[in-house]
Design a protein around this ligand. Structure first.
Ligand code: VGL
Length: 191
């Protein structure tokens, strides 16, 4: 069991239409995260929701030398938060990947998020969202690098799996770097 308190923050990574089934860069099982998210979001005093928020002309995209089809273009439906996520629990929306050369895989990239969370007294960061093998992984690794105890909520994430095995490799890499995994039903608030 993990007791969630004032020293904890939740980062919900990129729960956006384009990363869900039917979107431009979907996670096949993305819909599985919504029930766990609904359980854990109310437990946290501070919740950051990140979003990929790309301009079309960006080295992230194939047309500009990158690896990806267009997704999460600013102000499009695909970039919108999935309607199944309750934004009432979100305290901060953090846009990333808005400007080259930054791709915005991590919520901490080119951002003062770590300093701001520390200033709030946050010492532990929980991470959920999409996708396990890219933005969840990079956000969790950056949280560790920034000195936070870091826990990923394993039933509230889902992978893109460009290659079969990417999900397992991402989990192994996170574990190796000191990330711990918990499930949504292991979290409680102090009575
Ligand atoms: C992501 C692939 C490309 C993610 C973003 O949010 O995990 N994955 N861009």
């Amino acid at each position: 069991m993990q007791t969630v308190g004032s020293g904890d923050a939740l980062i919900v990574v990129d729960v956006q239409n384009d990363f869900l089934p039917g979107g431009a860069l979907p996670t096949a099982e993305g819909d599985r995260i919504f029930a766990p998210l609904e359980r854990v979001m109310p437990l946290f005093a501070y919740v950051v929701a990140t979003r990929d928020w790309h301009p079309k002309e960006h080295p992230h995209f194939k047309d500009y030398g990158g690896s990806w089809p267009y997704h999460c273009l600013q102000h499009t439906h695909g970039a919108g938060f999935a309607p199944q996520m309750n934004l009432a629990y979100v305290d901060e929306i953090l846009s990333k990947g808005t400007m080259a050369p930054w791709h915005g895989y991590s919520a901490f990239e080119n951002s003062d998020l770590a300093e701001r969370l520390r200033a709030r007294g946050v010492r532990r960061i929980f991470v959920a969202g999409l996708a396990t093998d890219y933005c969840v992984k990079e956000t969790a690794l950056a949280a560790v690098q920034s000195g936070f105890e870091t826990l990923v909520i394993s039933d509230a994430i889902a992978p893109v799996n460009v290659h079969p095995g990417d999900e397992a490799a991402a989990a192994a890499e996170m574990e190796k770097q000191g990330v711990r995994f918990v499930t949504s039903d292991e979290l409680r608030t102090a009575a």
